[in-house]
Each structure stands twice: as C-alpha cells, then as structure tokens.
Ligand binder design. Sequence first.
Ligand SMILES: *[C@@H]1O[C@H](CO)[C@@H](O)[C@H](O)[C@H]1NC(C)=O
Ligand SMILES: *[C@@H]1O[C@H](CO)[C@@H](O)[C@H](O)[C@H]1NC(C)=O
Ligand SMILES: *[C@@H]1O[C@H](CO)[C@@H](O)[C@H](O)[C@H]1NC(C)=O
Length: 860
Amino acid sequence: MISNTRVLFSLILLSLSTIQVLSADSNSSNPYILSCGSSKGGTDSDGRKWSSDSQFISGNSTTAKAQYQDPSLPSEIPYMSARIFSSSCSFKFSVSPKQRHWLRLHFYPSSYNNLDKSNSYFDVTANGFTLLKNFSASITAQALTQAYIVKEFSLIPIESGNLNITFTPSSSHNNSYAFVNGIEVIPMPELFQTANLVGFNDKTIDVQSSTLQTMFRLNVGGQYVGPANDSAGLSRTWYDDSPYLFGAAFGVTSQAEKNVTIQYSKNVSDSFAPVDVYKTARSMGPDSKVNSNYNLTWVFQVDANFTYVVRFHFCELYLTKVNQRVFDIYVNNQTAQQDADVIIWAGKIGVPVYKDYAAYVKDQTGDDELWVALHPTVSMKPQYYDAILNGLEIFKINDTRGNLGGLNPVPSQMLQDAEAAAAGANDPTPRAAGSKNKGLVIGGVTGGAAGVVVAAAVCFFVYHRKKKSHESGAGAWLPLYGTSTTITSRKSGTNSGSTSHVSSLAAGLCRHFSLSEIKHGTKNFDESEVIGVGGFGKVYKGLIDGSTKVAIKRSNPSSEQGVNEFQTEIEMLSKLRHRHLVSLIGYCEEDGEMILVYDYMANGTLREHLYEHDKPPLSWKQRLEICIGAARGLHYLHTGARYTIIHRDVKTTNILLDENWVAKVSDFGLSKTGPNLQQTHVSTMVKGSFGYLDPEYFRRQQLTEKSDVYSFGVVLFEVLCARPALNATLPKEQVSLADWALHCRKRGTLHEIIDPRLKETLMNPECLKKFTETAEKCLSDHGLERPSMGDVLWNLEFALQLLGHPGEESVVTEVKANDAYAVQNAAVAIEEESSTAGVPVDGLTNSTVVFSQFMNQQGR
Ligand SMILES: *[C@@H]1O[C@H](CO)[C@@H](O)[C@H](O)[C@H]1NC(C)=O
Ligand SMILES: *[C@@H]1O[C@H](CO)[C@@H](O)[C@H](O)[C@H]1NC(C)=O
Ligand SMILES: *[C@@H]1O[C@H](CO)[C@@H](O)[C@H](O)[C@H]1NC(C)=O
C-alpha cells in the first residue's frame, strides 16, 4: 500500500518535473501561467502554479475579486480574481520566435466591482489575429450551463518574439468592459501540417500557417483527462465523448489489456495525445450485422463560415493483422477516408496514429453542425465489420482575414426562463444568487430548470430547434426519429396541445412508443399491473416487443406539473447512461398522455428489503454492495458529466434493485416542480423527504451536491438499522434516524440499534467502523465538512474490502488507508464512465492508480 502511494506521489512529482524540464529546455520561452488581477498568484487544485499578471500588462486596467465562488469552480486560482478593462489594453509576452504556442484564456463571468456581467462584450486579438469578437462570457456560460469558460488557441510562430494580447471592450454596447481571469501561454511543438479538404479531390488546407481555436478535444471511449495528466507538459483537457454521440447507437468502449503497451513512434510522439487517450477506444460492437447497418456518429455544434480541421486519433488495442477491421470515415456527410485500417497505418498493435481532415461549414439553416461518422467498409470483406476511434480533436482555422471570432450562442428560451425564475426568487444576497448558478444542474426544478438540464446534457443542440430528418438506416432497435415530434420553442410550463415537449435530441436518443403499443403492453392500463403509485400518477409493469419487461410510468394527464417532470426526466435520462442509474427506454406522448418507459427493476426498492415488508433480510455484504452501487450512481451524477447534477431526493425508495441486485438510482427530475424556485423548495419538503433533508439546505436555501451526501448518510444508517428515516411513533428523541444514530454513536451505543437480523451475517468490527464513520461524516452539519460522493464511495469500497478479508486489518492499517485516501483525493477525482467494457473495476478509473492496485492486491 505505502509503496503504491509512493509510486503515485513520485509519478506526480515526475510529471511536475517534466514540465519544469520542458520549460528550462534549450532557448525556448518559458510558459506563462498567470492568474489575472491577483497580486501573488497561487496554486490550483491540480497543483499548477499561477503567478501574478501585473508585470505583463500595459495600459489602464483595474483588478477585482469575484464576490461569489461557484461550487463548480475547480479552484479559487485563477477564477476568483480578475483584471478588468474599460478601454483597450494589452498583455505583452516575450516568446520564442520559431515556436507555436497554446494560448488559454480563462473567464469566470461574475459580479466584479459591482459591474453588471451582462454588460461585458469585448474583442481579443493576438498579433493581428482576432481570437474573440464581441464576446460575452456571461451569455456563453449561460448557454453552456457552465460557471466558467476556457478558450484555447494555437498561435502560429511569432517572428518578432513579441506576443501582444489585446482586450478591447465592444463599442457597440454601452458601458461595456472586458475582463479575464487567467492566461496561459504554453510553448508547444508544431503539431500541424496540411489536411485534405473533404469533398474535394486533392485540395488541401495549410493548417501549419494558420492560427487555430480548439473547439472540442475528446478522449473517445475514455475518461476526462485533466491538465495535470496531459502528456509533454501541454496541459490540455480531454473530455469524455459520450455527450456528443448521436442516436442510441453508442457502440462499446474498451481499454487496452495489460499486455498491450502504447508505443509512440517517430511520427507520433506523446505531444499529440497522452497514453490515457490511446489506451481507450470506442468501437461499434460485437454484431457485424448490426454494425453494417448503422454509422457510429458524433455531432458537434460549431460556428458557420469557418473551416475546421478534424483530427482523428487511432490506436489498435486488440487486433494485430491487416484487414481485420476496415472502415470508412465521413465528415459532414462527405467521405473523408475510405478503407481506413489502423494496422496498415500504424504497423502494429499499440502504436498511435492520427489523421487530419478539413471541412468547411457553410451557413445554411441547420448546418452549423459538424458530423463525424464511422462505418465498416463492407466491400473490403474485413474479418470484423467494425470501426474504432480513440481520440478526436476539432480545431477552427482562422479565415482569410485572420479572424476566429464567431457569434455568441443564443441560450434556449427555457434556459432564459430558468434564469429569470431564479433571479426573481427574491433572495438578494450574493450567496443565494449563486445558487442558481450555471455550473450546476439541479435534478428537476421548474420547467425552466428542465431547460437547464437539457442544455447541460446536450448544450450543442439546445439552441437548435429545427431538426433535419435523419433516416434511421438500422433495424427496429434503433430509435424512430422525427415522425410525431415537432419541436417548439418549449417555454416553461406551456402545454400547447399537440406539440411535443421533448427536445429533438432527447427524441433522437430514446425510443418513441405509440399509445397502442403501451396499451397493449399494460393490458390497457389494467389495475393488476400497477406496481407503484405517486403524486405523478401510476407505474405499471408491462411488456414491449412481446417479451421485454418494462416499467411504465403514466403521468396524470391533467397536471401541468406532469409536463415539467416529463420533460426533465426525458431530457436528463436520455443522455445520462450509467450502470447504476435506472435507464429510460422511451416515451409516449399521444392523446395528452405522457408516458415514460423504463428498465424493469425486478427486485423493487431498497426500502422494501429493509423493513415493513416480509421479505427475507439482505445480508450485510449485499447491503454494502447496494450502497456502493447507489454511491456510484450518485457520484456519476455529481462528477461524471461535465456538469454537477444534484439529485435532491436521495432515499431508499429511489434506490431500485434489478434481478441481479444491482442498485440503480432513480427518479431524478421527479416531483419537484413549481412556478418558482422558492416554492419548489417548499414542495420538496412537503412531498415527504423529511428525514433526509440537509439541514444546511433547509437553513440557507442553498443547494449543493453535499445535500445529496447528507441524504445518502441517512440511507446508510437506514440500511444499517433497518428503520425508516422518520418514525413518528417512536419517543421524541428517536423520531429522526439521523439524530438518533448520531446520538447513539456519540454515546457508544450504536450496536443497540443495528438491525438485529444482521448479527447472523458476516460483519466484522473494522468494516462496521468504516461504514458508520462514513455515514456519520455524511451527516456533518456543514456541507463543507461532508465528504464528496467520491470519498464516500471509496470508503464504502474499503469497508467491503475489510469485510472480505477479516483479520487482514493488521496489514491494511487505518494509517495506510488514510494515506491512500489522501493521495486519491489530491491526485485525481474519480471519473466514471457509463458502460465501460473491459475496465477491471467497474466504474472506477484506472486514473486512480493507488486505488485500483489496492483493489487488486486485496484479491477482489
Ligand atoms: C456567413 O456568411 C454569409 C455570407 O457572407 C453571411 O450572410 C452570414 O451571416 C454569415 N454567417 C455567420 C454565422 O457569420
Ligand atoms: C453513414 O453516413 C454516410 C455519410 O453521411 C451515408 O452516406 C450513409 O448512408 C450512412 N450509413 C448508414 C447506414 O446510416
Ligand atoms: C489564416 O491567416 C493567415 C495569416 O493571415 C493566412 O495566411 C491564412 O491563409 C489564413 N487561413 C485561412 C484558411 O484562410
């Protein structure tokens, strides 16, 4: 254990020192990593050092601190301080004349010196190139539902060696000002040459002599890779590709086996992408017939009237021979490459290659999207009809006038309504104002916030109302697009007769059922098929396609509330896919009916296996595993997407169990609606989640993901003690399980309230100690003192280890555990990925080196 932690520590040190080596290297310029408006600079959560920008600025500017720290900011540095410009002003850097540079601009739109953030529009230029034009960080952040924005550019070498970055407030807006929170100027090797323009024979684009803007950078089939884990000290960020996948055909993800090492070549060094990108991939799936009938497709929202270079990163991880996997690559419906065979390009397994293709995106209505698709080349008769992709980058190329600036996005109507609703939620304090912040997606608030949800999951689609009709070339298992779904300007809470409430993307991602199919599957909503009843309506057991068991939730058609819930649930669930979240199969919207179709959970709710039903008791191990599963689901909601999603109603009836006792979190986005946020809070309380409610949320009306952690703490004690969170029939001090359990723990009498049926099963003291400690921490009065869901998960896994290996506690001492725990926290947040095939420990990343080794060591 200790040696493992040391390994990781030294890995971290090593990667830090590589950065230093790189910067000291030859006569290349140093990287500049500046926290703007900060006098001393500081260190961010990745351990990167940021210095003050004051010696690089010329012209009039002021500095300011942000008044509110959004919980989704990764760290205070560089976002909490800003440099503000009311007139044109430049940063001057001395750089190596022969070298390309990454320029990263960090923006956190907030209230600085009481300036109105919605007044800020500005241009940014760098040595003759316009990088941003009439840019509003506030509108962009709103449209992307992010608290902060990073814009990355790759600047062509600057012969003079003097890099000037100029911020100019827009003259077309009154009281406009410019601001910036962080600037990085990082020397980079020349990574570009030329790219073939798709759709033209032999026409190439000279990428090397252009300045580029990074639009997307994805670790396809893999996890988020943060700046600290990028290769060659280039501090890029690689995101999970799944939000960009089109349709329900997600393909499968895979990871290199242990015996496959990634070998860089003289053509492709680690400057192109880190090992983490090459060792994970997405491919089409095991079924040749299915694969030959669909395209594995990603869709990106881009600015029209620009040329883009699309870089495909490949590395074969399983196959070794030529013509085993051959595929065609399409960019914007044009063939970019026929007969792609990674083994031919790379020479062998484990060797990375990349390919660049350029495409011009015209400004036609509905055409400001970039489509990337892969399809097996059937005519080559390869051994497998399959395709593979490991990484994808999309760069915008400057136009002929040296411009890169696009238009500000138009946030969706619902998003604006949500903002307005939140702003109108009469709490003038800056804190409360923050609680409606963009980085945060709240699981189902008002209809307006349903919009936030849509935008979060599918930001690249939101302001795109017109849908092209896409023909589904595949068989019946693929979703049916278009037909009954017309897209309206979904105003919150408008139930306008025949129009659909489902966004085009969500409609494309899940299946649409006809009412007759649903009626057939539920014996015309027969009462005997009802398996649950709630404020929203009834849940039926049903059959689709003749034999597939499903749960069918039929909303009460008359309620306006139902419309909002319906939207929220579809929009969220259609994009969030995870082993530990209940999955949505489809929906039906016909005749005023709003019906959702889910996976059937054969074993019902967790609660019914704990008390008040005469079911055989779950063993301790089973309970622990269920808690771990639910924790994974919640952890995914909090961190797995690029946005924090808060469940808001974590309880034992919202943790469902499938036929294999796999726990799945359900009902996010349900039963929490109301005309404004304030009322929503009230309705949440009234609706019976008392006993689980975070006291801090109650006091301050400020919602964070730690509210879910609190509720989960109650769930843990419920599982341990097998009694309801609230039981009014008990003596006063025992009514609330949270209070009573903490009280008993303090007095050392917790063993007296543990479910007596557990005494029969395997349950050793160390395991119990870890479990109760974790539960207690979750119930800390202040959110800040509560562990993150990732920490909770880690501790529960640890408890399970202790259970499986009683007596080994002399080897795995508490001290060592804490070591690993600390490293794990400091090093990397656990990022989860849905349905990752081939990952040894389900859902947990290889990025937490210590953790997975620890798991293996324990022989799990
Ligand atoms: C693209 O160019 C056309 C023709 O110059 C122009 O009409 C259109 O507004 C431009 N679109 C954008 C998004 O800049
Ligand atoms: C895949 O995409 C290409 C290019 O857009 C298209 O011509 C082809 O029909 C698509 N194939 C399927 C099966 O959808
Ligand atoms: C980008 O700008 C450079 C310098 O102004 C110019 O030479 C090049 O042609 C531009 N690229 C494109 C694709 O127009």
